[in-house]
Design a protein around this ligand. Structure first.
Ligand SMILES: [Zn+2]
Length: 247
């Protein structure tokens, strides 16, 4: 039996046995680990708090023949503020769905964990608009996964900026006001393009730090949501659940 330590966040749980859980943990060093948490449903279990959804912990796992067990879970944050807000909770669950469906097996880039943690901190700290957090998560995750859309310039003529531009949610191509006419792509104000560029190109620690007027945030995140679904050619059903909860 091998033991190892890493930190990570629980992104899915399912019930098994009389009092056990199976937890899916997005870890810093080992991608998503599926592990048994023995007895974790018991209120007195030392694994109880650390195997709940959104628990961010220092984990100790044991592994034998490819089967993982949670040996210890030292809780660092449970993102308690999510529980009191339907829209935030729905959004966090949507993030989990995206991670579970899109992360390839063996993907160990720790940026995914950073993105998830920073998104949840941003939601809980209340400093960013919820739709801004959503857009950042969607577009930065697409970029991390190799689908950064080429929005640095117009795909037709190379122009950097026009007041209105066009973004093709299927290809990720951007067009200036002139080249975009006749393209089958929604028209977007330049401020939205600037926000997309920020999300894709800024250093990680600044990725949430941009200002877009509240009336344009829904425009931005409708685009990033559609683009992400097109990248992976799948529907994330919790997106609809989020929009209902946010209504
Ligand atoms: Zn152009």
């Amino acid at each position: 039996m091998e033991k190892f330590n890493t930190d990570g966040i629980v992104i899915k749980t399912s019930v098994t046995g009389e009092s056990d859980l199976i937890v899916f943990v997005l870890t810093r060093s080992n991608g998503v680990i599926r592990a048994f948490a023995k007895g974790a449903r018991g209120m007195k279990s030392k694994l109880h708090a650390g195997s709940a959804l959104f628990a961010y912990c220092g984990f100790s796992f044991s592994e034998k023949n490819g089967v993982y067990h949670v040996a210890e879970a030292e809780v660092r944050n449970i993102f308690f503020a999510l529980r009191g807000d339907m829209a935030k909770l729905a959004l966090a669950q949507y993030f989990c769905e995206i991670l579970l469906k899109t992360l390839p097996d063996g993907q160990t880039d720790e940026e995914y964990l950073r993105l998830m943690l920073n998104a949840l901190y941003a939601l809980c700290e209340n400093k960013k608009e919820i739709l801004q957090v959503k857009a950042v998560f969607e577009l930065r995750l697409a970029s991390l996964s190799g689908y950064a859309p080429p929005v640095h310039a117009c795909a037709g003529c190379g122009k950097f900026r026009t007041d209105e531009m066009y973004f093709n949610c299927l290809t990720g191509d951007l067009f200036c006001g002139a080249c975009g006419r006749g393209e089958d792509a929604p028209r977007v104000p330049f401020a939205v393009v600037a926000a997309m560029r920020h999300i894709i190109f800024s250093p990680f620690e600044n990725v949430f730090s941009f200002h877009l007027s509240p009336d344009l945030l829904p425009v931005l995140t409708r685009l990033t949501e559609t683009y992400l679904q097109n990248c992976f050619q799948m529907k994330f059903r919790l997106a609809d659940f989020f929009w209902t909860a946010a209504d």
